[in-house]
Design a protein around this ligand. Structure first.
Ligand SMILES: Nc1ncnc2c1ncn2[C@@H]1O[C@H](COP(=O)(O)OP(=O)(O)OP(=O)(O)O)[C@@H](O)[C@H]1O
Length: 487
C-alpha cells in the first residue's frame, strides 16, 4: 500500500527524517510512536505531501505520491490532523459533506444519492447526527474531532492518516473512535496510519508500530516490540515495565514515577496490628503490601492493606461468599477494596502464628487448618465435594522485594510445604482413601513489602525458598496438630 524508500526530509536545509524505509500493507493498522520532537509530524507531513521530499521515494499503491493530482490523492488518502482547516461558520453536516468532494463530478458539485447515503452513514457511526445542523464553532473540541473523522471517512479513502486522533477525547470517546477505526479496518480493509502518544492504546489497536527517535526508527515490528522496555527507556527516559493485558493478548506498559525511588524504608515489625474477635482475624498494615492471593476477596496480584480471615459455621453453604465477606468487612469497617478476605469453619482460637527473621528478612505466617475436606488432587476419578468450609488458610507476610517470578516461587514453596505437612501427619482424603495433598478449598496469600534488595528467586534450592517452606510446614503442622483430635 505505502512503500517508503530511503526517505529524507524536513524544513529548510536541516533534514529531520534521516533515510527511513517503511512498508505498510493494505488493511494494516500502523502506529507511529516517539517522544516529542522525534519527527513524527514531519514524517506524517512528508507522507501526506504537506512537506516536500528532499530525497528518497514514497509510493502509494505503486505510484509516486508527487505524481498524483489533488483529486487522485484525496480518493486514496484522507488526513486527520490537529490543524483544523475548515470554516468554523459551516454546520457540522456541511463540513462532513466536504469529504465527498473528490467523488463529485461536473462543474457544479452536486450531492448525489450515494453521497447522501455515505454522509448519513458516517454521521451515524461517529455519533454526530444529533448536532448535524449546529455550527462547527459551537461544538466542543472532542465533538469537532468526531466531525473531522466523519469528514475523513466520507471521503471513502483507501488509507486514513491520523495525527494524534484521540488528543481531545475522553476515555469513552477515545475507545469509541478507535473501535470504529478498527471495525473499518477489519470489515472494509481500511489501512490506518496513526501517530499515537499512548503506548497502551497503540498496543491494543495497532498491528505494527514504529518507534521514531531522532528521525530514525529504533524499532519497527508487531506490537510485541513494546515488551522491549530498554528501548522505551532510551526513547522516553522513564522507568517502564511491561505486563500482559488480562483479556487482550497484547503487552501493556506500566510507568514508574520518580518519587517511587525515594520511598521511605519502614520497619516491618512496627507496621501492622492484629485484631482478633471470635469470628474474625484482621491484620492491618500501615503500608500496602504487594499481594498474591486466591482468596474470595482480593484475588490475583494487588496492593492491599487489610488481610482478614472470617470464621463461618460448619453448615455455611452460601453461594455468595463475596457478598457475605463484604458485609462482614463492613461490620468491622474494613475497606474491602483494599483487602484480601478468606473464610473457614475452623475455630479461630486454633490459629497458629509464626514469626521469624533471618538475614534481615522478617516473615510472619498465620494459618488456620482443618482437614474435613481433605482431597487428593491427583485422583480425578473420585469426586471430592467440599461438605464444609474446613480448609487450610495460609497468610504469609514477607518483608522483602520479590520479582513476579520470585512471588510465584514463593507460592510454590508454600504449597509444597503444605503437602509435606499433610503427608507427615498421614492425612487421608476420605472419598478416595488415599494421601491428601490439601483440602478442596485451600487459600494461600503472600504479601510483600517490596522494600530492600530485589530477590530474583525463591525456588526450593534457595535460602529464601527453604525458609518459606520451613515456616509454612511448621505452621500448618502446628495448626493441624492442634486440630486433628477434633477432625
Ligand atoms: N515548521 C518548522 N520549521 C522548522 N523546524 C520545525 C518545524 N516544525 C517542526 N520543526 C522541528 O522538527 C523537529 C521534529 O518536529 P516534529 O513536529 O516532527 O516532532 P513530533 O515527533 O511530531 O513532536 P510532537 O510529539 O511534539 O508533536 C523538532 O525539532 C521541531 O523543532
Amino acid at each position: 500500500m505505502i512503500n517508503i524508500q530511503n526517505l529524507v526530509g524536513g524544513y529548510n536545509h536541516s533534514p529531520i527524517i534521516n533515510g527511513i524505509d517503511l512498508e505498510i500493507d493494505q488493511g494494516e493498522f500502523f502506529a507511529l510512536l516517539g517522544q516529542n520532537g522525534s519527527g513524527k509530524t514531519t514524517l506524517f507531513k512528508l507522507i501526506t505531501g504537506q512537506l516536500p521530499i528532499k530525497s528518497g521515494k514514497i509510493l502509494m499503491s505503486g505510484e509516486e505520491i508527487q505524481s498524483l493530482s489533488k483529486i487522485e490523492k484525496a480518493k486514496k488518502m484522507a488526513v486527520l490532523t490537529q490543524e483544523v482547516k475548515v470554516s468554523f461558520d459551516y454546520t457540522v453536516e456541511e463540513i462532513i459533506s466536504l469529504g465527498r468532494y473528490p467523488h463529485q463530478k461536473g462543474f457544479f458539485k452536486q450531492i448525489s444519492n450515494k453521497d447522501r447515503k455515505v454522509i448519513d452513514e458516517v454521521m451515524e457511526i461517529t455519533k454526530t447526527s444529533d448536532f448535524r445542523k449546529t455550527q462547527f464553532r459551537k461544538i466542543s473540541g472532542g465533538e469537532r474531532q468526531r466531525v473531522l473523522l466523519a469528514k475523513a471517512l466520507a471521503q471513502e479513502p483507501e488509507i486514513l492518516l491520523l495525527d494524534e486522533p484521540t488528543n481531545h477525547l475522553d476515555i469513552k470517546h477515545t475507545f469509541h473512535m478507535l473501535d470504529l477505526l478498527k471495525e473499518r479496518q477489519q470489515t472494509m480493509g481500511l489501512t490506518i496510519f496513526a501517530i499515537l502518544h499512548d503506548l497502551n492504546v497503540a498496543s491494543l489497536y495497532a498491528d505494527r508500530i514504529a518507534l521514531l527517535h531522532n528521525g530514525s526508527f529504533l524499532e519497527v515490528g508487531d506490537v510485541d516490540r513494546l515488551r522491549n522496555v530498554d528501548q522505551l527507556k532510551k526513547v522516553y527516559e522513564v522507568k517502564v515495565s511491561s505486563q500482559s493485558h488480562p483479556i487482550v493478548p497484547k503487552p501493556q506498559l506500566l510507568m514508574t514515577p520518580s518519587y517511587a525511588a525515594s520511598r521511605e524504608f519502614y520497619h516491618f515489625e512496627d507496621s501492622y496490628h492484629i485484631q482478633q474477635t471470635e469470628d474474625c482475624i484482621h491484620v492491618q498494615f500501615d503500608q500496602p503490601l504487594l499481594t498474591l492471593s486466591n482468596g474470595v476477596i482480593g484475588e490475583g496480584i494487588q496492593w492491599l492493606k487489610h488481610f482478614c480471615h472470617f470464621h463461618v459455621e460448619k453448615d455455611y453453604n452460601s453461594f455468595q461468599h463475596e457478598k457475605d465477606l463484604q458485609k462482614w468487612m463492613e461490620k468491622y469497617s474494613i475497606p474491602y477494596n483494599q483487602a484480601a478476605g478468606m473464610i473457614s469453619s475452623t475455630k479461630l482460637e486454633d490459629t497458629v502464628m509464626v514469626t521469624e527473621k533471618y538475614e534481615n528478612i522478617q516473615m510472619m505466617a498465620i494459618v488456620t487448618a482443618g482437614v474435613r475436606n481433605a482431597a487428593n488432587i491427583t485422583k480425578n476419578s473420585v469426586r471430592e465435594v467440599a461438605q464444609t468450609r474446613s480448609t487450610i488458610n495460609t497468610m504469609l507476610f514477607i518483608d522483602a522485594h520479590f520479582t513476579d517470578g520470585t512471588l510465584m516461587d514463593g507460592y510454590m514453596a508454600a504449597t509444597e510445604a503444605k503437602v509435606k505437612a499433610l503427608q507427615d501427619l498421614h492425612i487421608a482424603a476420605p472419598y478416595s482413601n488415599t494421601d491428601a495433598f490439601g483440602t478442596a478449598t485451600d487459600t494461600l496469600l503472600i504479601g510483600l513489602t517490596q522494600q530492600g534488595t530485589k530477590i530474583s528467586s525463591a525456588g526450593s534450592g534457595t535460602v529464601v525458598g527453604k525458609r518459606i517452606g520451613e515456616m509454612v510446614y511448621r505452621a500448618i503442622k502446628d495448626a493441624l496438630g492442634e486440630n486433628l483430635h477434633k477432625v
